[in-house]
Ligand binder design. Structure first.
Ligand SMILES: [Zn+2]
Length: 324
């Protein structure tokens, strides 16, 4: 909602010629960006297409207003407006398109929700999904209001090793999503590569793990490569290629190995996927629908990776498309 409430007022000038059809139906996941482009107004005008179009066309709106939520009692409508550009604070509505009327628009109070964040809006909408609803209007943090149209979050798989729980890359991706204001709504789905399951799948007298990850608790003899333990001839390395390289350096050979590299384990299934690799030391690698970040990626790299997957490239760290 505009800080001033975006009050409508009757225009003093004649109604501008109506050039119909410039406002098309919104794409799925459309939200007002910034949320201030949405103005919420009480009205006693019936919330029909004819009445709202007649009411709004030729009136003035705040020059940042692109959408209006009209409330008449318990009924709601979402309207998009096209303004005639002017140099003033207020501009004349040249075209008003009623996107959704009563029965298609729902109001949701979610006081903890950041309404500038499309993922957060989609999560609230999912919890209130109802047949026939096209526009989910959410009043969230600081009583700010935004809407999301036909939410269809982009599903991104996150390939990562557990433990720790939650796994680091997944936790960072959630953190990056939470403060972003440009990404479409994203539904992160963890694809865990579970070290304990790998151990169970690969019976061996002893195991060598890359490092003492938090929460690893196995009922079998385990050594940790980062402590450079005394060589055992019968251990099985549960690790990445980089760990095998360390092993060769320390002991002169490569042991039998269960590969847990999330990049190498990623299925070729056409899904969007964020994953990581021990061999990537910096930057982001982008191939087809998979983006790989370094094992020790920072939040900026993780956000950059999500932006690449979502088709946004502005502001992202330059991807390393040459690979290794
Ligand atoms: Zn790797």
């Amino acid at each position: 909602m505009a800080p001033d409430g975006g009050t409508l007022s009757a225009a003093s000038q004649p109604v501008a010629p109506h050039r119909a059809g410039l406002l098309g139906p919104p794409a799925p996941n459309t939200v007002s960006r910034p949320y201030r482009g949405l103005s919420v107004q009480e009205t006693d005008v019936p919330l029909t297409t004819e009445a709202l179009t007649a009411h709004l066309t030729g009136r003035e709106v705040y020059r940042r207003t692109d959408y209006l939520v009209l409330r008449n009692g318990d009924d709601l409508a979402l309207v998009q407006v096209r303004r005639e550009p002017s140099i003033g604070l207020f501009e004349t509505v040249a075209e008003a398109a009623v996107l959704a009327g009563p029965g298609e628009t729902v109001w949701i109070d979610a006081p903890g929700t950041d309404v500038g964040n499309a993922t957060a809006l989609a999560q609230v909408a999912a919890a209130h999904r109802a047949a026939g609803i096209r526009a989910y209007v959410v009043r969230g943090l600081f009583e700010h209001v935004n809407f999301i149209w036909d939410p269809q979050p982009l599903r991104i798989r996150v390939g990562e090793v557990v433990p720790p729980e939650p796994p680091k890359l997944y936790a960072m991706a959630r953190q990056a999503l939470a403060f972003d204001e440009e990404l479409p709504p994203i539904d992160l789905q963890l694809e865990a590569i579970d070290i304990e399951r790998e151990v169970a799948r690969h019976p061996a007298p002893a195991y060598l793990l890359p490092c003492r990850g938090s929460g690893i608790d196995l009922d079998v003899p385990v050594a940790f490569l980062d402590t450079r333990p005394a060589r055992q001839s019968d251990w099985l390395l549960v690790g990445c290629e980089r760990s095998a390289q360390f092993h060769r350096h320390f002991y002169g050979d490569a042991p039998p190995r269960a590969d847990i590299c999330p990049r190498r384990r990623a299925p070729q299934d056409g899904e969007l996927r964020l994953t990581k690799c021990c061999l990537l030391e910096r930057g982001i690698e982008h191939r087809d629908k998979t983006v790989v970040v370094p094992w020790g990626a920072n939040l900026g790299e993780v956000l950059g990776a999500l932006r690449l997957l979502a088709g946004l490239t502005d502001g992202a760290p330059a991807p390393n498309t040459e690979g290794r």
